[in-house]
Design a protein around this ligand. Structure first.
Ligand SMILES: [Zn+2]
Length: 201
């Protein structure tokens, strides 16, 4: 490279970084929208994905975390519905896992998510709390076992229905109420907090 090429190369690097770290953030735009000048000098505005480290990615929204918890729970309940009574160890492990997750999930919702809702939508939370109580009661009964008996499976079915209703209410009107009141950045900040809180129960 001759001196002029090196000069322009350095100039390009400086300009790219000024745009990326000073100009775009000052306009409230993400750094990945940086103007990319390719080697032949042709400009393109493709997002500069390769150069954006993972740490720049936004956190998972708390609503996404809640949704994936719900999906996981529903899969585990299906597994438990098909238990073979003889397979006590495996059944116990599946149930203990489900119990721990549900208790953590409900605790984190009560601590971090339900308080986001105020005034007019309070009724929704009252119903949700009643359902949480029903789920906790079912878990208590189910934990006494023995897993897989008709009575046990009946109780599991009762809990499944309560959970299905909980999921419908939460992902429907409760999420809508939260989205109205809480901005996206806050929801994203709450994602990892929710995961931590779940482990505390
Ligand atoms: Zn939930």
């Amino acid at each position: 490279m001759n001196k002029i090429t090196i000069f322009f190369y350095i100039l390009k690097l400086i300009l790219q970084n000024v745009v990326r770290y000073i100009y775009l953030p000052s306009k409230g735009l993400p750094a990945l929208m940086v103007l990319n000048v390719s080697e032949n000098g042709v400009e393109n505005t493709m997002p500069d994905k390769e150069k954006v480290p993972g740490s720049d990615m936004k956190e998972e929204s708390v609503l996404t975390v809640i949704k994936s918890d719900h999906e996981k729970t529903s899969k585990e309940i299906k597994q438990l519905e098909a238990v073979k009574p003889g397979d006590a160890a495996a059944n116990n492990m599946t149930f203990t896992g489900l119990q721990k997750e549900l208790l953590g999930h409900m605790h984190a919702e009560e601590k971090l998510v339900f308080p986001l809702i105020t005034n007019d939508e309070k009724e929704l939370i009252k119903d949700a709390l009643e359902e949480h109580k029903k789920i906790r009661d079912s878990l208590k009964k189910l934990s006494k076992g023995p897993i897989g008996t008709p009575a046990w499976l009946d109780e599991l079915k009762t809990m499944k229905k309560t959970i299905e209703h909980h999921v419908k209410e939460e992902e429907g009107p409760i999420f809508t109420a939260i989205r109205k009141k809480v901005d996206a950045a806050t929801l994203q900040r709450l994602g990892p907090q929710f995961k931590l809180e779940e482990k505390k129960e």
